[in-house]
Write a protein that binds this ligand. Structure first.
Ligand SMILES: Cc1cc2nc3c(=O)[nH]c(=O)nc-3n(C[C@H](O)[C@H](O)[C@H](O)COP(=O)(O)OP(=O)(O)OC[C@H]3O[C@@H](n4cnc5c(N)ncnc54)[C@H](O)[C@@H]3O)c2cc1C
Length: 494
């Protein structure tokens, strides 16, 4: 394999005409669309048999539901702006305001809502008395009195919250949130990766609670997430449709195994393998390159073109299994746990880490499901101690996981649910779809990006670099592609 020289021969005299995108999740699709809109002939190569990555659809009991992401953060305009370009604005919806619950060993309580990552904005809030108890609340309040430097050097969410607010806030508020959303433990979660600006705001405002409140209030009033009537999967579907309209060549089932300099002309070529067709290989070319795969794959593909690539390799993401149940269950009409439940690791009789009551959270799901029918999604893949392998539930066969989910749903709702009430079920498994943002992740991602600036005709995008979540992914992808285009003589908007 040749090494990269950052070769841009001819770029002063001629703008590139072609581009390659590797990976067809939302990052890759957005990149391909923006490159094509600038006038480039784009080829997008995706390893699996469908586009959208973690934003896709599945059918359960005749309902088309989201198989992965089901909402986006409204703290930025990035997703609404993209939706507007795709003609989806009139389908933007907000979730039911009921909020979620926490399942603690002694029972379920409404989750406090004021901060971020489960960190309370106001440690004097009487709502905290139930989950934290008297001693836990007193310790949390110390946050307001401690000098701002306490905890400022902590790199993990767990370390920071423990230093400022005490262990009980970590165990009872932050851990269920972090486990439910990121499938990891707060002590393994890089604070800068999941809450950029939190430590800086803390230094400025003097307490962690104030910083968490400031980040939360940066979202517009009301819900801090929104969704799409019909599901987030419509975003992927429309991105694909629009990319086709713009002439993007969309290729599925081609696993890119190597990226190399094109020996015959300026730019890049990908070596692909078609897993369903033996060892067949094929080559696609492009003068500009966007790598939009997961972290370990992106570093492997770009590694031979940059020094010290091994320093940037992130760990593979956690394995997650989502069991979606459609239930005929009038007892759930009152939404006894609001929009869902986050489960503390200390709860022994439930193995799910979170439950989303989708038909209580989203009106469109309730409408599609019909009277007394409920859509409930349970996620499995609790954080395990470092190196001890996947959480055992994710290795269960589908039928066993569905039985487990039925029992867990019954316990979490506090409502008996019989197998005869199950109208339909499906299990979706995700590997590597969530980046593992453990301590040091931000430094590795930043280092990779910095090293990549030495290769002027390539950029890398995706959740492992931008941070998990569609708002971050779309914002970052569009910025990176705009910079790549600007570097090669394209005006903004051309
Ligand atoms: C279960 C789940 C629920 C989520 N819920 C939410 C939510 O509610 N709200 C929210 O904002 N975010 C949510 N997220 C996160 C959000 O979906 C992701 O951050 C975002 O979709 C990531 O997009 P991406 O394009 O970077 O990565 P991906 O979607 O992972 O796409 C990467 C693509 O690259 C392809 N690829 C990998 N290697 C190769 C290769 N060698 N050759 C070719 N192609 C390759 C993969 O097949 C994949 O299609 C959720 C994620 C998961 C997994």
């Amino acid at each position: 394999m040749t090494t990269s020289s950052g070769d841009t021969r001819g770029s002063a005299t001629r703008r590139p005409r072609t581009a390659l995108v590797v990976g067809g999740g939302v990052a890759g699709l957005t990149a391909a669309r923006d490159l094509a809109a600038a006038g480039l002939r784009v080829t997008l190569v995706e390893a699996s048999d469908h586009f959208g990555g973690a934003v896709g659809a599945h059918q359960v009991a005749g309902l088309v539901l989201d198989s992965g992401a089901e909402s986006f953060a409204t703290r930025s305009d990035a997703v609404p702006q993209l939706m507007a370009e795709l003609g989806l604005s009139d389908r933007m919806v907000t979730p039911d305001p009921a909020g979620s619950w926490l399942c603690l060993p002694e029972g379920a309580v409404p989750a406090p809502r004021s901060g971020v990552l489960g960190i309370p904005a106001d440690p004097t809030d009487p709502e905290l008395r139930v989950p934290l108890g008297r001693a836990g609340t007193s310790r949390a309040r110390l946050d307001r009195m401690l000098p701002a430097r306490v905890g400022a050097g902590e790199r993990t969410v767990g370390g920071l919250v423990r230093a400022r607010m005490g262990q009980r806030v970590v165990d009872r508020l932050v851990s269920p949130f972090v486990s439910g959303v990121y499938s990891t433990h707060p002590d393994q979660l890089d604070v800068d990766a999941v809450a950029p600006g939190l430590r800086a705001r803390m230094r400025e405002l003097g307490s962690l609670g104030a910083a968490a409140g400031a980040l939360r209030s940066a979202s517009p009033a009301g819900a801090n997430v929104a969704g799409i009537d019909g599901g987030m999967n419509l975003l992927s579907e429309r991105l694909v449709r629009d990319a086709e309209r713009l002439g993007v060549k969309l290729v599925t089932r081609y696993d890119v195994i190597a990226l190399d300099r094109d020996p015959r002309r300026q730019g890049w070529m990908v070596i692909q393998r078609q897993p369903t067709n033996g060892d067949k290989t094929a080559v696609a070319r492009g003068e500009l390159l966007v790598v939009a795969a997961d972290g370990p794959t992106s570093v492997r593909l770009m590694g031979s073109h940059m020094p010290d690539a091994q320093n940037y390799t992130p760990r593979s993401g956690p394995r997650i299994a989502l069991a979606t149940l459609v239930l005929d269950c009038p007892a759930l009409d009152s939404a006894p746990r609001g929009t869902g439940v986050l489960v503390s690791d200390d709860v022994r009789d439930v193995r799910a880490k979170a439950l989303t009551h989708s038909s209580a959270k989203w009106q469109w799901v309730a409408r599609e499901a019909g009277a007394h029918r409920h859509v409930v999604r349970l996620s499995y893949g609790r954080a395990t101690p470092r190196g001890s392998g996947p959480s055992p539930e994710v290795t269960l066969e589908d039928k066993h996981l569905i039985s487990l989910a039925l029992g867990d749903a019954s316990t979490l709702f506090g409502v008996p649910i019989e197998p005869s009430q199950l109208v339909g079920a499906d299990v979706v498994r995700w590997h590597a779809a969530l980046p593992r943002t453990d301590a040091g992740h931000t430094a590795r991602a930043t280092g990779f990006r910095r090293a990549l600036t030495g290769i002027p005709d390539a950029v890398a995008v995706g959740a492992w670099l931008s941070g998990t979540g569609l708002a971050a992914v779309v914002t970052d992808t569009r910025q990176q592609v705009a910079r790549l285009l600007a570097r090669h003589g394209f005006d903004a908007g051309t």
